[in-house]
Design a protein around this ligand. Sequence first.
Ligand SMILES: [Zn+2]
Length: 282
Amino acid sequence: MDDLGTPVLDDHMHLDPENGRGIEAVKDFARSGGTHLLVVNKPSWLLGVEVESGEDFREVFDATVDAVERASEILDGRAWPVLGVHPGLISKLVDDRGYDPAEARDLMRAGLAEAAEYVADGPGVALKTGRPHYDVSEAVWDASNAVLRRGLELGAETGCAVQLHTEASEDLTEVAEWAEDAGLPAERVVKHYAGGRLAGPTPSVMSEKDRLEVAAEAGEPFLMETDFVDDPDRPGAVMGPKTVPRRVRWMQEEGYDDAVRNAHVETPERVYGLSTEATLSR
Ligand SMILES: [Zn+2]
């Protein structure tokens, strides 16, 4: 096991013990020096779950909670679940299943309300929502923004952070304002798959060297992720589970120790209220 002398958190990855590498991916992460994971549920349709009600999302959330428990047994730190509704679901519902955008919106909001219960009374630590990163009709865009805003409201009501999947952008100040209007501090909104620079929410930076260099030099709060998809049909998609620990080692070699502390200790505490140090035993 590599010990990098610091907690190492991957802020956004997926685990699919049933169909993917599952716990083997966690072992790879841990062997490379990784200690903590935020595990985001896979999109419902990729798990073959055809949702018709908010309750139908429970099967998806339960699979993630189960994977998190198994991951925590392996890690020197631990894993936590991030639960919610993938914004791409709206297209599946509207294009493939004949929903109109308002019906899709209501179903997705019901799924988010279910996820918020897992955070309020259970193991979840954050919600996941967003809007499509690809072009959609105005009606679908409006419905998606209504879902996103409901997610921010639920985060405020539940007192938890919200991870967002959105279009690529370096300026999401409008969404940050929606969060503040709902009573959720903008810093507790996290844009997953971010570049090194972002106005508004906290960026969860994809762990490529050039993006990390920008974030490290900026000195603003940031997180690091791979968006490891754990999908056997897309083996090369996005990054592997060893990437965050490897990039931490590289950052240490480059003298970015403050940035490592920022992304793996300070920002997780500030955004999620999670102490990666207090939950580390080795
Ligand atoms: Zn993801």
